[in-house]
Design a protein around this ligand. Sequence first.
Ligand code: ADP
Ligand code: MG
Length: 254
Amino acid sequence: MSQLGQVQELLKSLRLTETSHAIPRLIKDAEVNNVSYTTFLLDILKFEKNCREEKLIEKHLKWATFPFHKTLNEFDIAEQESLSKRQFNQLKELTWTEQLYNLILLGPPGVGKTHLAVGLGIEAVQRGYKVIFASMGDLIHTLKTEEITRKSQTRMKRIKKADLVIIDDLMFMAMDQKEANLFFHLINDLYNNASIIITSNKAPSDWGELMGDPSITTAILDRIIHRAEVIHMNGDSYRMKHRTSIFGSESVQN
Ligand code: ADP
Ligand code: MG
């Protein structure tokens, strides 16, 4: 076997798979640029490290199960008057997740609650945090089937290990007593170890009614709101404003 072949085999057996594929190019680059041995070694190690970080981020993006991939860069802050540029940047910094602050995004459908939550989630993954996105319905399903299916068990483990848990559309459907209990226990588990982002189109004062048990709701709310920023994202639906219409800019007069 050629020396290069041997190098590639050795790299593979040392689990430096990415480098083993790229090594012919890395060697050529080094020869062309006439770099020192130290620089060459440094380039190789950096290459492997970058590949690993990218792979890890890719894996964590998959784990997060975002419903769509929309970043904070794609979020037009001028459209959202309830959030100043400064506040937006502060959220983007993510120091609040370190401090285990929670974020409650309220507002009618279409104002960008889910987009903002996903954007923050993606930002967090890129900075090395573990994130889980779950709709309320999905979360309740996972909780109820944790003991029954391997899939839910795995997902529950990831939720409990996450640094940031996004619960989308809280209380969208009414919960029964058992579900409310499961949910309360989850919040209890999470609230000292993770940040939570909740989106909802109902005000927290209405959450109790939808959950059917005011005492549990109060307990859950206390936990979440204890360290939380509440953002009222009002305004017109972004979807409605930016829809493409059949009649174009010429509006229909009644
Ligand atoms: P909500 O969760 O509040 O119902 P979404 O986050 O699903 O709303 O937003 C609805 C659509 O409008 C999405 O496609 C989202 O990307 C877009 N959108 C809403 N607000 C903004 C904004 N400020 N900048 C860019 N896109 C936005
Ligand atoms: Mg939404």
